[in-house]
Ligand binder design. Structure first.
Ligand code: OAD
Length: 290
């Protein structure tokens, strides 16, 4: 079938890049933005722009607290799809994850997959702490530790578990700051007096340049490009599958619904990610055995 065709293109020598969207986290209980019962049916997208954050930070934060609760209010964990990608990375079948998601679940899954490697985890924790105290670093969505053998995870839209001071650039764990905002401390401010912003890319805001640059390079260098659980309508990520195809990659799309890019893909596989990705992984393992 189609997934077998895709699996046949993937081996350890191929450069394989995955781009993920909200659909991969839906089975973890994080709602999607579009599609059935998407978040943008309950919330007005226009209230979460960078322009509004600048002109009305208090109102922005009040609405963002509600959105944050809707998106991440329930406890959530990586699902079988995140785990399958993490395992593919560990086994040498996946070279990078580019994600539009801000939920941090790919990182969590990579930790789970690497559980045995204690030193590696400690190193990551150190670097995460360091990252929390770093100043102005546009590459913060690209803080995958180098030299640990871990599959790079590029968070194109940032990480909603963190906040960042718009003056001094400090990053902080988001939970206590969101709690403060929920208690009426609006907008929440840093010790330096600057206003915190959720450490995500808002509509109308530039994506972190270094991360996008690296994502583009990975996309163009890929032999196989997989778009997973994304409606593929938000730029620049929406263009990545076409760019990969134009530079010779085999493009596969795994999604429940059709996307505007389906016509340009080599393989379109319409299935739940928690079915498709574990199956893809086991096809690869079988291929390696046989
Ligand atoms: P969307 O919500 O636009 O699309 C999610 C896609 O996942 C839909 O096409 C669903 O059909 C599909 N889907 C849902 N559950 C699935 C499942 N279990 N298995 C397979 N597919 C499933 O999410 P994104 O494409 O990620 O931007 O949205 C892109 C950006 O738009 C987001 O990063 C966010 C949003 O506005 C910012 O916050 C800047």
């Amino acid at each position: 079938d189609r997934l077998e065709r895709l699996a046949a293109e993937i081996d350890r020598d191929a450069t394989v890049v995955a781009l993920t969207g909200a659909g991969i986290s839906a089975p973890s209980g994080v709602p999607t933005f579009r599609g059935e019962d998407g978040v943008w049916e309950h919330f007005d997208e226009g209230q979460f722009t960078y322009g509004r954050f600048r002109s009305d930070p208090e109102g922005f934060w009040a609405d963002r607290v509600a959105l944050q609760r809707e998106l991440f209010g329930e406890e959530y964990e990586p699902n079988a799809a995140h785990e399958a990608l993490a395992a593919m990375g560990r086994d040498g079948y996946l070279d990078a994850v580019l994600t539009q998601n801000t939920d941090g679940l790919h990182r969590d899954a990579a930790d789970v997959a690497d559980r045995a490697d204690v030193a590696d985890r400690a190193d990551r924790a150190d670097r995460a702490a360091e990252d929390g105290n770093r100043g102005d670093d546009p590459g913060a969505g690209d803080d995958t530790p180098a030299g640990t053998g871990q599959t790079p995870i590029l968070e194109l839209h940032g990480n909603a578990r963190r906040v960042r001071c718009t003056d001094c650039g400090r990053r902080r764990d988001g939970d206590p700051i969101f709690d403060r905002a929920a208690d009426g401390d609006l907008p929440p401010t840093c010790d330096c007096g600057g206003i915190y912003k959720p450490d995500v890319v808002l509509f109308g805001e530039q994506l972190p340049g270094a991360v996008v640059q690296r994502a583009r390079t990975l996309t163009r260098d890929s032999d196989v490009f997989l778009a997973i659980g994304s409606s593929l309508v938000v730029e620049p990520a929406a263009s990545f599958p076409r760019e990969a195809g134009a530079t010779g990659a085999t493009v596969g799309i795994v999604n429940l619904e059709s996307t505007p890019v389906d016509g340009a893909a080599d393989v379109v596989y319409r299935d739940d990610v928690t079915e498709a990705l574990p199956r893809l992984r086991s096809l690869l393992e079988r291929g390696a055995d046989g």
